[in-house]
Design a protein around this ligand. Sequence first.
Ligand code: CP
Length: 332
Amino acid sequence: MNRFLDLADFPREQVKDLLGLASRLQQHPQPQALAGKVLGLLFLNPSLRTLASFQSAVMRLGGTAVVITPGQGTWQMETRVGAVMNGAAAEHVREAVPVLASYCDAIGIRMFAEGRDLNADLAETGFNMMANLCDKPLVNMESAASHPCQALADWHTLDELRVPERGKFVLSWANHPRALPLAVPASTVHMAAMRGMEVVVLRPDGFALPEQVMNKARQAAQASGGTIHETSDRRAALNGAHVLYAKEWGSPLHYGDAEAETRLRAPLADWCVNDSWFKTTREDCHFMHCLPVRRNVAVADEVLDGSRSVVIREAFNRMVVQMAVLYRLLRG
Ligand code: CP
């Protein structure tokens, strides 16, 4: 394995093998496995979990990390091809990425969607440009349309909780003051489909996931024996659910149009997950969210602080699965 950019790049058995390695490294730590290795982490967007879990993962395997957050102790960076750099950015990623890669044994890059052109973001135009600048093993730490480390951690969490592979997995849209990117919902729906689950995407009108995202998930479901469908009927969607996974995302219909998006979501404040959402789920239904989460906007305190919530476990499992990813990238 030389790149970890999207779960769809790997057959299901290879993902399960990676999860097996994660469990083994969790149970039998190998504090010297990556001794002498250097991981470079380039964050073009903010983070708590990804930043801390990658640093912790590489250090627990004996390696070390160099973290670059442009504009915070390092030069502000330009990402646009052909830009006239007479603004705040003093360095272009065309130099910065190969320079960082030359010091390191592997690189992680976080570069969110630009949020202007849906097709360009779904095609990963920005991240692919960055990836082409890097000649070392590379990890996607969240791009425009994919967050594979989050998806892998969530799969590991489902396995730990012994949620059946054919269980009902509901990915629900949740309220947020502004449009958020599609990377997590796209990776989550794909992960659950690839795991073989009965996947339901629950969202209000106007927030259907793009066809490219749903088609990719459908193909994964077909290969794994899972199913997938989309609805705005909350009661039907949640009936008998094993898992409710909440996530905020922007409307693909009004991509890049903040005013239209604000008008569309104005009447949707009741898409804040509270205890009443679990009336018709299974008694032992788990609540998942990738974090960060806006309390009492997207999810009520009573859910986040209640016994169903596994959000802290999901975040912990980021470190666990990323140890496996780094092990495979750096040791084969
Ligand atoms: N879930 C996740 O990626 O969290 P951060 O944005 O804090 O890294």
